[in-house]
Design a protein around this ligand. Structure first.
Ligand code: 5AD
Ligand code: SF4
Length: 472
């Protein structure tokens, strides 16, 4: 029997890339690959790239420089290392990667991961292979289901893609070009996936899509189902304690989603709903297709359906021509809504998008200053939101051992990391925790109830939150 080949995938960017990396892993497991932690001893390294902002894109070329050295080193030891570039940079700049980086063997766009085995074979026989067409077939049908041991190794919270692509064409955004038009998976396939995950210990599912609430998949009754109806169906699956979805667009919040929040205990009261700006002129220039007031009304609908619901959002500062007054409208909107978290970015012109041709600019210094002001405001809201938990008892779904021995970490309904001292059998359970204190972004507490053990004071390791948000 041939020894297994080692595969290392480095993912950048959003949750969809994390999910896609797992699907690539599952595809290549069928070809005899096993996962390895380090790129240096891998037989195949895949860079799963992000194109959303310039900085994210640039990382590819610097990482390829490093990998070229690793590949040369491997060759000196008689080992053949292959390098593939996947993800949105591969889609947007495939030809350029081939030109600029001779070390790359395979370039594969997000719609073509199911072709990876044949692309690797082609690279072997022809030297290099590039595949960035949007195929006519539905790639979802071709990706293999994960094996039970792979599911268990990935933990109790899993992503499931239900929709991919975006038809909104915000003027700053590359997603409609890199991920293509909206496609929704049929309900039956999603139900199968979620059942398989639940059967292997997964307790929480986050449905993902670039514009997830534009979901309109074929239902088992032959009709088109919206996201709210899909959530109702998934909540019936045994073992699934929690459901989430990301990322939503304010224009696509249908009534079925609102009623799902009203009716489903499993649907977590925390919604990522990007607004990008609080200025109607900027929103129009961004082609967001909603005003600040439309957004406020959507938030109100959610809040009416479920009182404890909280929100996060994405914001762009320094969109072409954004005045100080227009930026102030964003601050005002943030003040009014009150967020539990938020992600703010400096506008980054992306080649091929309409905004990249807009002439007005905002100076780098102004952008920096606006970013700091916005981030300070969001941080203060996040701290206030977290502090308000102290003294309360909240449900936590425990995910894993923390770094401190004897300590375990899980998430509250609002995605805050919460740490307790307990025994490992709490992993996978939703348990009430009395929150005692807050350390940076982490809550520290004690199990509330008969199995509770006394708290000890050790420093908390806050969970990293470097994950990019996705789309919408
Ligand atoms: N410049 C800055 N931020 C951007 N985003 C998307 N495109 C750009 C860009 N060109 C942000 C948006 C989006 C998030 C995923 O990334 O806020 O919601
Ligand atoms: Fe689509 Fe979101 Fe990009 Fe707008 S910002 S084009 S809604 S992915």
């Amino acid at each position: 029997m041939k020894p297994p080949r080692k595969l290392h995938i480095k993912s950048y960017g959003c949750q969809m890339n994390v999910y896609d990396a797992q699907r690539m892993m599952d595809t290549l497991a069928g070809e005899g690959f096993v996962e390895t932690e380090s790129a240096d001893d891998a037989d195949l390294v895949i860079l799963n790239t992000c194109h959303i902002r310039e900085k994210a894109s640039e990382k590819v070329y610097s990482e390829l420089g490093r990998l070229r050295l690793a590949k040369d080193e491997a060759a000196r030891h008689g080992r053949d290392m292959r390098i593939a570039v996947a993800g949105c940079v591969a889609q947007a700049e495939g030809e350029e990667i081939i030109r600029r980086a001779p070390t790359v063997d395979v370039v594969v766009g997000p719609q073509s991961y199911h072709h990876l085995p044949e692309l690797l074979a082609r690279a072997k026989s022809e030297g290099r292979a590039l595949e960035t067409e949007f195929p006519v077939e539905d790639k979802f049908n071709f990706l293999p289901a994960p094996k039970p041991d792979a599911i268990r190794a990935r933990g109790i919270s899993a992503f499931v893609t239900v929709q991919e692509g975006c038809d909104k064409f915000c003027t700053f955004c590359v997603v409609p070009y890199t991920r293509g038009a909206e496609v929704s998976r049929p309900v039956a396939k999603i139900v199968d996936d979620v059942k398989r995950l639940a059967d292997n210990g997964v307790r929480e599912i986050t449905l993902i899509g670039q514009n997830v609430n534009a979901y309109h998949g074929e239902g088992p009754d032959g009709r088109t189902w919206p996201l709210g109806k899909l959530l109702h169906r998934l909540a019936e699956i045994d073992g699934i304690a929690r459901l989430r979805y990301s990322t939503s667009h304010p224009r696509d919040v249908e009534e079925s989603l609102i009623t799902a929040h009203r009716d489903l205990d499993a649907l977590m009261p925390f919604v990522h709903l990007p607004v990008q700006s609080g200025s109607d002129r900027i929103l129009a220039a961004m082609n967001r297709k909603h005003t600040a007031d439309d957004y406020r009304r959507v938030i109100d609908r959610f809040r009416t359906a479920r009182q404890d619901i909280a929100f996060s959002s994405d914001f762009i500062v320094g969109f072409p021509g954004e005045t100080e007054g227009e930026f102030a409208a964003t601050l005002a909107l943030v003040m009014q809504i009150g967020y539990a978290a938020g992600y703010s970015f400096k506008y980054s012109p992306r080649p091929g998008t309409p905004a990249a041709d807009m002439q007005e600019t905002v100076s780098a210094a102004e952008m920096d200053e606006r970013l700091v002001r916005l981030q300070e405001l969001i941080d203060s809201q996040q701290s206030a939101f977290n502090k308000a938990m102290i003294g309360n008892t909240v449900d936590v779904l425990f995910e894993r051992a923390a770094r401190n021995p004897g300590q375990f970490v899980g998430r509250t309904a609002h995605l805050q990391p919460a740490h307790v001292f307990a025994s490992s059998d709490i992993i996978g359970q939703v348990l009430p925790v009395r929150i005692d204190s807050l350390e940076r972004y982490s809550l520290l507490g004690e199990l509330a109830g008969p199995s509770a053990r006394p708290a000890q004071s050790l420093p908390v390791q806050p969970a990293s939150s470097s994950q990019e948000t996705l789309g919408a």
